[in-house]
Design a protein around this ligand. Structure first.
Ligand code: NAI
Length: 236
């Protein structure tokens, strides 16, 4: 038995882009799984969204937590129409001024977390006709940016993973895409140099990005349409 409406599972849902995405899909009638390490903020969001939601305290770097969360979600819903691998962290500053442990943390959350999500979700996606997977990469996956070297490296990795899996999983009926925003007004960029953000132009809202995730989730065109830039003009 599966629910008679579409189901999405979103990581990093307690704040920023993830929260806006959870709100949008919920308002439009989807059943929503929300996951994050920030349990209090997640509980608040769950209360706001009402009964069509399941929440999970999930650290995306931990495979066993992925298995428990997605297993419980699928037990309840019987389907996984969309996974949004949104959780991510940003550490900025001159490359050499950050301790290696901070570079490791970026790799763990932004790359390992996404790989775990894709790996764990695949069987559930494959059992759901028309399933999609959307990863959050970034404009930093298109061009390297000073003071964001390792962050850029992680987002290039997500971009590569996305392209490869979209080909590899075609015969399983799973479409894989990434959304690539320029700077978005969230807690993530609050400490970044305001002048460099202004120089880059637009400041997007989390809702702008949620709308693009919605479009990607419903796109029925060419399978070659993998990348969804937001706020940047890029030929991809
Ligand atoms: P945010 O900092 O507002 O929210 C990120 C959420 O992820 C938080 O709720 C946090 O608790 C959660 N999180 C962090 N580590 C986690 C972990 N190990 N396991 C589970 N949850 C964890 O960030 P924002 O801005 O909403 O970013 C979301 C995604 O969009 C990230 O992947 C980010 O790299 C990407 N992005 C953001 C841009 C921006 O300018 N804000 C631009 C381009 C991409």
């Amino acid at each position: 038995m599966s629910l008679d409406r579409q189901c999405v599972f979103i990581t990093g849902a307690a704040a920023g882009i993830g929260r806006a995405t959870a709100r949008l899909f919920s308002q439009r009638g989807w059943f929503v799984g929300i996951a994050d390490i920030d349990a209090p903020a997640l509980a608040q969001l769950a209360q706001e969204l009402g009964s069509s939601v399941m929440r999970f305290r999930l650290d995306v770097t931990r495979a066993e937590e992925w298995n428990a969360a997605l297993g419980a979600f699928f037990d309840k819903t019987g389907r996984l129409d969309l996974l949004v691998n949104n959780a991510g962290i940003l550490i900025s500053g001159p490359f050499e001024s950050n301790a290696l442990a901070r570079h490791d943390a970026l790799v763990d959350v932004n790359i390992k977390g996404v790989i775990h999500g894709c790996h764990c979700a695949r069987p559930f996606l494959a059992r759901t006709p028309g399933a999609r997977l959307v990863n959050l990469s970034s404009s930093a996956a298109i061009y390297g940016q000073a003071a964001l070297a390792t962050y850029s490296a992680t987002k290039f990795a997500v971009r590569g993973l996305t392209e490869a899996l979209n080909i590899e999983w075609q015969d399983q009926g799973i479409r894989v895409m990434d959304v690539m925003p320029l700077f978005v007004q969230t807690a993530m960029v609050k400490d970044m140099n305001a002048a460099s953000i202004r120089r880059l132009g637009v400041r997007l809202t989390p809702e702008d990005v949620a709308n693009v995730i919605w479009k990607a989730a419903h796109y029925r065109g060419s399978l070659g349409k993998v990348h969804w830039p937001v706020g940047i003009r890029a030929r991809l």
